[in-house]
Structure formats: structure tokens, C-alpha cells
Design a protein around this ligand. Structure first.
Ligand SMILES: NC(=O)c1ccc[n+]([C@@H]2O[C@H](COP(=O)([O-])OP(=O)(O)OC[C@H]3O[C@@H](n4cnc5c(N)ncnc54)[C@H](O)[C@@H]3O)[C@@H](O)[C@H]2O)c1
Length: 374
């Protein structure tokens, strides 16, 4: 394998087109897109033409068998576990979009396959590669006597954020494949949360896995593992989760506000002398910067000051791909490793358990199978 990695991409939908295919092309000194697979041949063909990709497939198994590739990007909408495990077994390095998969059990199988094959398995959490996040973390870990961390996400429609890109239309999953796709998705959800009611299944899939993994992963990278899950209020379109990290409470508020195209995800840590806030814009904007605001006071005086920082205009998605390339060629473990992402899945499963049986849960992100293996 040379340092220029031959990539097979699975999934040519929104995130593939807005981010990955675009940045793989920009990073053509490091990556060559050799094959593109989408269950809809229309999606594969349209993007193969745009990105000058030589081979297309509608079945990822055939791509793994026939294409000469070093690495597989898994950018599909269902659980990424079956494709990731097969790719690792075939000796390919793997980048999976978040959520890594649908359950701790699937995540452990993915990790085992990658470990066994000695390949890189990285989970795409772009916020972790944003230089503004590192700046926030550097300030946040030094806030004295922190009193509260508050996370607030205003979900909004995403189509207005992507209308200005020259994207190929994303055709729906073909009718003859829908039944199988839905059955596989539901089986993966059952593996995570059992025979839960339809509301909990949908919240687990579309709110916890699709969105809240970002908030959970970001908070964990700043504060470590939570000591308890104290409270969950889950309603249609809104979710509040309260976690404890030792003495510190973290309140996560997620809400869907479909009438306002103003996505925001904000992490704020408050101490007696300093408040620091990290604000992310819509993930669909390629180079809109995240901002860090630091507010400080002078005790006993009227004086206070606010500093608003922009750290970088680099795209976190592009930096994420650079980090993946680095890990593959050096063998270094990714910052957003399989183990890291499995802790987020454990937390998502614990949140559902709390809703079913509202009692605090200790060490909600713990993965007993990993603890005994380490
Ligand atoms: N990091 C972020 O901020 C971010 C943002 C959006 C989406 N995502 C993640 O990216 C992934 C894809 O999301 P999207 O919005 O692009 O979805 P999408 O529905 O627009 O695209 C998914 C594509 O995958 C194809 N596909 C589905 N199952 C397949 C299979 N088994 N084999 C081959 N092709 C298959 C579909 O035909 C479709 O073209 C999801 O995991 C999502 O959570 C991440």
C-alpha cells in the first residue's frame, strides 16, 4: 500500500456529496476514489460521473470482492456494522459515519473485526476535529470550580443549508430493497433496546443515534466518562438529559425547531470567574467557523469582558479525513476510535433504559465487555 489510499465509498447520499466526495477530491494527493457503491444505481452513476470514479456497484459485497481498494468509507443510512465487519475481514481500513452502528453489541463486533485484521477503524465525528473544539477544551478544563455544563441544540431543517451546492438528487432506496432495509434496521434497534414501543424505537434511532451521539461524544472528550445518568425527559421534538461527572452536572437540551433555519449546537461551561461557550453552525456548511466565547469578570468590581474567538476556517470534515489518512499510514489509533464511539452507544442505550425505568444509572457509558478485555 502506498501513502495514496485507494478508496471505495459506500453511500452516495447527502453527506457523501456535501462533504466526503468533495474533500476526497480536494485531498487527491492522499486519496484516490476508485469505486462508488450505492444501493440505488442512479445515485452511484450520477456521482461516479461527477467525481470521475471508474467503478460503480449497487452491492457492497461485490465492491469488496472486485475493486482494488485499501480503504472503505461507509456513508450509508442504516447500521454500518455489516459493511464495516466485512470490510475489516477483507483487510480494508474503515471510516464509518456516525452513528458507528446501532448497538454496543454491534460496536463490539466491529471493533473485534478491525482488531483481528489489524486495520484502522475510525468513526467520523467531525466536531472532534474542529480546531475550535480543541480551543474550547483547552479553556474549559482550566475553568476553576465549574458549576454547570449546559449543552443546547436547536435542530432545524437541513435542506435550506444544502440548496446552494451542485448536488445530484438523492434517489430513495429502491422499492424492492426497502422491506429488507427496514427489517435490518428494526432488528439492530431491537438488539440495542429490546422490544421497546414504537415511540422509543424512533427516538433511539432518529434523535439519540442520529444526533445526540455528537453531544455525548463532545462532552465526554472534555469531562471523561459520566458517573451517573440522573434524569431524562423525552418527548416528541424535545429531549433533556442530565448527567453527573462527579460533582458537576451536565444538562443536555435538544429540541427540533422546524420553523427556523438556524441550526446551533452550543456547549457552555460556567465557573465563578469564567464562562466559556463553544457554538457550532450547521454541519452542512463547508467552512462556516465554530466560535468560542470567553467571558471573565473581576471579583468585587463592575468590570467584565467578553472575547469571541474564531480559531480557523478549515473544514472539520476535511481535517477529519486528513486525520484518518494519518492514522492509516502511521498505524496510530484514531482520536475517535471504535472504543470511544461504543461508549456513546452505551449512553444512548442507558437513556432508553432510564425512560423505561426512571432511576439514576451509575457509570452509564461503561462497556463491561471492554473493561474485562483490557
Ligand atoms: N457528521 C455529520 O454531521 C453528519 C451529517 C449528516 C449525516 N451524517 C451521517 O451520514 C450517514 C448518511 O447520512 P445521509 O444524510 O447522507 O443519508 P442519505 O439517505 O442522504 O444517504 C445515504 C445513501 O446510502 C445509500 N444506502 C443506504 N443503504 C445502503 C446499502 N446497504 N448499500 C449501499 N448504499 C446504501 C442510500 O441509497 C443513499 O444514497 C448517516 O450515518 C448519518 O447519520 C453525518
Amino acid at each position: 500500500m502506498t501513502d495514496r489510499l485507494k478508496v471505495g465509498v459506500v453511500g452516495a447520499g447527502v453527506i457523501a456529496q456535501v462533504m466526503h466526495l468533495n474533500y476526497l477530491r480536494e485531498l487527491s494527493d492522499r486519496f484516490e476514489i476508485v469505486a462508488l457503491c450505492d444501493i440505488s444505481d442512479e445515485n452511484a452513476a450520477n456521482n461516479a460521473e461527477r467525481y470521475n470514479i471508474g467503478k460503480t456497484f449497487t452491492d457492497w459485497r461485490e465492491m469488496l470482492e472486485d475493486a482494488d481498494i485499501d480503504t472503505v468509507f461507509i456513508l450509508t443510512s442504516g447500521s454500518h456494522a455489516p459493511i464495516a465487519i466485512a470490510a475489516a475481514n477483507a483487510g480494508k481500513h474503515v471510516l464509518v459515519e456516525k452513528p458507528m452502528c446501532f448497538s454496543v453489541a454491534e460496536g463490539l463486533e466491529m471493533k473485534a473485526a478491525a482488531d483481528e485484521a489489524g486495520v484502522t477503524l475510525m468513526v467520523a465525528y467531525p466536531k472532534r476535529y474542529d480546531p475550535a473544539f480543541e480551543r474550547f477544551r483547552e479553556v474549559a478544563v482550566n475553568v476553576a470550580e465549574p458549576r454547570l455544563m449546559r449543552v443546547t441544540t436547536f435542530e432545524s431543517p437541513f435542506l435550506p443549508y444544502i440548496g446552494h451546492y451542485p448536488l445530484a438528487p438523492v434517489a430513495p432506496i429502491p422499492k424492492d430493497a426497502i422491506a429488507n432495509f427496514t427489517a435490518e434496521t428494526q432488528a439492530s434497534i431491537t438488539r440495542a433496546i429490546g422490544e421497546a414501543n414504537p415511540f422509543l424505537r424512533e427516538e433511539y434511532h432518529l434523535v439519540l443515534l442520529d444526533t445526540l451521539v455528537h453531544e455525548l461524544n463532545t462532552v465526554r472528550r472534555v469531562l471523561g466518562e459520566p458517573t451517573s445518568l440522573e434524569y431524562v425527559d423525552m418527548q416528541s421534538g424535545q429531549l433533556t438529559v442530565i448527567l453527573k461527572f462527579g460533582e458537576l452536572s451536565v444538562a443536555i437540551h435538544w429540541m427540533d425547531l422546524p420553523g427556523i433555519t438556524r441550526y446551533e449546537m452550543e456547549f457552555a461551561l460556567y465557573g465563578p470567574q469564567q464562562r466559556v461557550t463553544l457554538s457550532f453552525p450547521s454541519p452542512f456548511l463547508r467552512s462556516a467557523p465554530a466560535t468560542v466565547e470567553i467571558i471573565e469578570g473581576e471579583s468585587g468590581t463592575t468590570k467584565s469582558r467578553s472575547i469571541s474567538e474564531i480559531t480557523s476556517y478549515e473544514s472539520a470534515f476535511k481535517l477529519e479525513l486528513e486525520a484518518f489518512h494519518h492514522c492509516v499510514v502511521t498505524g496510530e489509533a484514531p482520536a475517535t476510535s471504535a472504543e470511544d464511539a461504543i461508549h456513546d452507544l452505551a449512553l444512548c442505550e442507558a437513556i432508553i433504559r432510564f425512560v423505561q425505568d426512571p432511576r439514576p444509572i451509575s457509570d452509564p457509558s461503561a462497556i463491561p465487555a471492554l473493561a474485562s478485555a483490557n
